[in-house]
Design a binder for this molecule. Structure first.
Ligand SMILES: *Cc1c(COP(=O)(O)O)cnc(C)c1O
Length: 235
């Protein structure tokens, strides 16, 4: 199993390098995040031994169950699944970064929890870049997004790092391209506002089926699950 995971990681890395070359980017500017939801800790260890240090998990409780077994590994843990406000305190405690902020209310809860823990949390805003078709995230151009961005000035325990999106999966990976492009353009527009404590260097976009397209459109973090760990059982 570990051998297969190491081979999978090597193949994904080669594809990242090739996509960077096509788009005149440096492979060092694209982080490979292993998405380990539903997968056992032995597989996480396998990917870690293959050199991956950034992991994404979707479910707070599932992660709480796994973490004690692997807390000794030097891993940066990101929450990439929808976060309910009532799990915010636990998420703030367990994760290093929360990539799914979609309301000021949630950001305020996380900020309070992080202050209590004496901890800084990196966060990304999840943008609903595909409009009504996708389920979660904040709409570009909405008053909520504006309010949230301006709120960071007083959310002292949160450091905003960038944006993320999850376009609908379609048959043709190239269908994701306009969404990825739009996320990057949105980032550029928002960065030009120079709001206090708003850093938008990171663009988390691209999954197993479309990460190469995402890299061509400026992704700085690709979130790969199936391509590393194999298919998931339905939960
Ligand atoms: C599950 C998941 C991924 C990984 O998906 P794969 O298609 O298995 O690579 C990436 N991002 C998010 C937000 C996910 O929920």
């Amino acid at each position: 199993m570990a051998v297969t995971i190491a081979e999978n990681v090597a193949v994904i890395r080669e594809r990242i390098v090739a996509a960077c070359k096509r788009s005149q980017r440096s492979p060092g500017d694209v982080q490979l995040m292993a998405v380990s939801k539903t997968k056992p800790v032995e597989m996480i260890r396998g990917a870690y031994e293959a050199g991956i240090t950034v992991f994404g998990e979707n479910y707070v409780q599932e992660f709480a169950d796994k973490l004690p077994v692997i807390s000794g590994l030097r891993i940066e843990w990101h929450l990439i699944g929808h976060l309910q406000s009532n799990k915010a305190a636990l998420a703030a405690e367990l994760f290093d970064a929360l990539d799914v902020i979609d309301s000021l209310k949630l950001a305020e809860r996380l900020n309070r929890a992080a202050l209590d823990l004496g901890k800084m949390l990196d966060v990304l805003l999840e943008i609903n870049i595909g409009g009504e078709e996708s389920k979660s995230g904040i709409a570009p151009g909405s008053p909520e997004l504006n309010e949230l961005l301006r709120g960071f000035d007083r959310l002292q325990a949160l450091q905003l790092r960038g944006l993320m999106c999850i376009p609908l999966i379609t048959e043709n990976p190239d269908d994701s391209r306009p969404y990825f492009r739009r996320l990057r353009e949105l980032r550029d527009e928002l960065a030009a506002l120079h709001l206090p404590r708003v850093e938008l260097d990171e663009l988390s976009m691209g999954m197993t089926h479309d990460f190469e397209i995402a890299i061509e459109e400026g992704s700085t973090c690709v979130r790969v699950g199936t391509g590393i760990f194999g298919e998931r059982e339905p939960r």
